[in-house]
Design a protein around this ligand. Structure first.
Ligand SMILES: Nc1ncnc2c1ncn2[C@@H]1O[C@H](COP(=O)(O)OP(=O)(O)OP(=O)(O)O)[C@@H](O)[C@H]1O
Ligand SMILES: N[C@@H](CCO)C(=O)O
Length: 318
C-alpha cells in the first residue's frame, strides 16, 4: 500500500479550503505507486488526485508541476495542477509538499495494441513541441552523468559478461554523446519515463500522460527510444513488435517529422534507453535505499533489451 502519510477526510477538509474546489466529500488512498502517497479525492467540483510527495522537495517540485501546467494549458493531455487562491500549486500538508491535480479518466493499458501505440506516439510528439517554450531548465537527472556515477557502484555485483557489456556500452554512449550527430539532435523537456503504467486510456482513447517526476531536458529521440523500448516490445523476450513500432513512429512522425540526423542516431538512442533502465534497476536491486519496502524491478529485462538493440539493426524511424 503506497500511502506513507495518512490524510483523513477532516485533514483534507481543512487543508483544501484554500482551493476553489468546494467542500471535500471523500478521500481514498491509491494502492499502486511506490514513490509518493496518492489519494483520489472527491470535491464538490469533481474528482481529483492528491499527492503528498515523500522524497521530492519544495525546491525540486516546481519544475515538474510547472511543466505539467504548461503542457495542460497547450492541450497536451496531462493532469493539471490546481492552484490555491494565492496562485500556489505546491502547498505543505502534514509538513510535506503536496499538490492536487485533475484526475485522468480510464486505466493503464498494460497489453497495448498498435492503436494504443499510435495514440502515444502522436501525443508524445505533441508534448515535445508544446514544451519547446517552457522556460525552466533542468537536465535529465538520469542522463549520461548519472550513468557514469552509478555504473561503478553496481559493477561489482555483475558476472564478468555483464561487467563487460556495461563498461563497453558506457564507453560507446560517451563517445556517441561527444560526437557531431548527437549535437544536432533536437532537444527540450522530455517525460523520460513514459512506460505503460504512466499513460491512461479510456478504451482506445488516450486520456493522459502522468508521473512526470523523471522529466528533464534531453533529446526528444531519447524519449522516443524509452517509450518504444517499453510499449513496442514483447515483454518476455524484449524483441520489438514491428506493428506496434510502426504505429508509434509513424504517428509521432506525422506530428513532428524526424530529421535525417535522428535516423543516424536511432540505434544509439534505443541502446541508451535500455542502458538507462538497466542501470537504474541494477542500482535499486543492489543498492536499495534504507527502509525501502518495494520489490525492485527485474534488471535483467533491460540487459536483454540492450543486447537485442545492439545486435539488431534499428527499425526505420520514418
Ligand atoms: N492524475 C491522475 N489521474 C488518475 N489517476 C492517477 C493520476 N495520478 C496518479 N494516478 C493513479 O495513481 C497511481 C500511482 O501514481 P504514480 O504512478 O504517479 O505513483 P507514484 O508513487 O507517484 O510513482 P511511481 O509510479 O514511480 O511508483 C497510478 O498508477 C494511477 O492509477
Ligand atoms: N519505469 C521505471 C520505474 C520507475 O520510474 C522502470 O520500469 O524501471
Amino acid at each position: 500500500m503506497a500511502v506513507f502519510t495518512t490524510v483523513t477526510l477532516d485533514d483534507l477538509a481543512q487543508w483544501s479550503a484554500q482551493f476553489p474546489l468546494g467542500r471535500a466529500l471523500a478521500i481514498k488512498g491509491i494502492s499502486t505507486g511506490i514513490e509518493n502517497s496518492n489519494f483520489f479525492i472527491a470535491m464538490e467540483s469533481g474528482e481529483y488526485v492528491l499527492t503528498v510527495f515523500e522524497k521530492l522537495s519544495f525546491e525540486q517540485l516546481p519544475f515538474y508541476l510547472n511543466l505539467m501546467r504548461h503542457l495542460a494549458q497547450r492541450d497536451v493531455l496531462v493532469p493539471l495542477p490546481i492552484a490555491n487562491r494565492d496562485g500556489s500549486i505546491l502547498n505543505a500538508l502534514h509538513g510535506k509538499p503536496a499538490s492536487i491535480v485533475t484526475k485522468l479518466q480510464g486505466e493503464c493499458q498494460l497489453g497495448p495494441e498498435p492503436v494504443h501505440c499510435r495514440e502515444v506516439g502522436a501525443m508524445l510528439a505533441k508534448m515535445h513541441l508544446a514544451a519547446r517554450d517552457f522556460p525552466q531548465h533542468q537536465p535529465n537527472l538520469r542522463g549520461l552523468n548519472w550513468w557514469k556515477e552509478t555504473a561503478p557502484a553496481v559493477l561489482p555485483y555483475l558476472p564478468q559478461e555483464g561487467q563487460q557489456l556495461l563498461q563497453s556500452e558506457l564507453r560507446y554512449q560517451e563517445e556517441f554523446a561527444a560526437g557531431t550527430t548527437y549535437q544536432t539532435l533536437p532537444n527540450g523537456p522530455i517525460h523520460a519515463d513514459l512506460f505503460r503504467n504512466n499513460v491512461m486510456f479510456d478504451g482506445e482513447r488516450l486520456t493522459g500522460f502522468f508521473d512526470f517526476y523523471f522529466a528533464g531536458w534531453d533529446t526528444w529521440l531519447f524519449d522516443v527510444a524509452v517509450t518504444v523500448n517499453d510499449w513496442c516490445i514483447d515483454l518476455d523476450s524484449g524483441a520489438l513488435d514491428h506493428a506496434r513500432v510502426r504505429a508509434m513512429l509513424d504517428a509521432y512522425h506525422a506530428v513532428r517529422p524526424f530529421t535525417n540526423e535522428e535516423q543516424s542516431a536511432w540505434q544509439a538512442m534505443l541502446r541508451a534507453g535500455a542502458l538507462r533502465f538497466w542501470l537504474s534497476r541494477l542500482y535499486d536491486f543492489y543498492k536499495p535505499r534504507e527502509a525501502e519496502i518495494l520489490t525492485p524491478h527485474d534488471p535483467t529485462h533491460f540487459e536483454r533489451i540492450l543486447r537485442l538493440r545492439i545486435s539488431e539493426p534499428a527499425p526505420a524511424l520514418a
